[in-house]
Design a protein around this ligand. Structure first.
Ligand SMILES: [Zn+2]
Ligand SMILES: [Zn+2]
Length: 223
């Protein structure tokens, strides 16, 4: 799995955030965690793929400040704190590789924030953490094969309207120039379909190990 990520941490400078010494969250970090993930199949061009998949999750996490502030590249290997931090972040589907990279950065930020804090009353800190992750994956072979076939089909659009045999896509029955799906492709047998619809059709042909036929005329040479 290939990935890249962008981490942004910022503090929320409120009035000193204090709770009573007996409060169970005395000396805790209050983390507003925003997680955005976009997945792309490896073979498509990320910028115009219609097969992407997005996840956005926001969680509030409470982490004891000693655990967060002690977190660095070395202690991340320490079992107990590591398990606590991993458990705390487990409500968000972050890969363990990324978690290993971001936790020391969050730890460093927390240490600096506590060290720079000249308000002695403060015993709770609040930070915003934004994590954007982009991954490129090979979901399964049928999907990849179908994408490769669809990408080789001729793209058509409004300018080629004379080549449209039908006004509507015969797979989903939605009109071509009046619907939500904007990408159209043409098979070798000169039949036009929504890119998305023929992709689903071809994926089914591939998973049933049947030949790649045109859904309209059943011609076996769609490329
Ligand atoms: Zn369609
Ligand atoms: Zn056809």
């Amino acid at each position: 799995m290939l990935y890249n990520f962008n981490l942004e941490i910022s503090s929320i400078e409120d009035d000193p955030f204090t709770v009573s010494k007996d409060d169970p969250f005395n000396n805790y970090f209050y983390i507003n965690f925003h997680y955005n993930q976009v997945n792309f199949p490896l073979h498509t061009n990320a910028s115009n793929s219609s097969f992407d998949y997005k996840t956005t999750i926001t969680r509030t996490l409470l982490i004891p400040s000693n655990i967060l502030c002690n977190c660095n590249e070395i202690t991340i290997l320490d079992r107990e704190d590591n398990i606590f931090l991993h458990d705390s972040f487990s409500s968000v589907p972050i890969s363990s590789h990324i978690l290993k990279e971001i936790l020391p950065e969050i730890g460093e930020y927390a240490r600096e924030m506590v060290a720079d804090d000249d308000d002695e009353c403060r015993n709770m800190w609040e930070i915003d953490v934004n994590l954007d992750v982009t991954t490129w994956y090979v979901e399964d072979n049928d999907v990849v094969k179908a994408i490769l076939v669809v990408d080789r089909l001729k793209k058509v659009g409004m300018d080629d309207s004379s080549c449209y045999y039908n006004d509507q896509c015969t797979i989903c029955l939605e009109e071509f120039f009046n619907g939500s799906k904007s990408e159209h492709v043409m098979t070798k047998c000169l039949h036009v379909f929504h890119k998305e619809c023929i992709f689903q059709w071809l994926k089914r042909c591939i998973s049933r190990q049947s030949s790649l036929s045109c859904p309209l005329c059943r011609n076996n040479q769609i490329l």
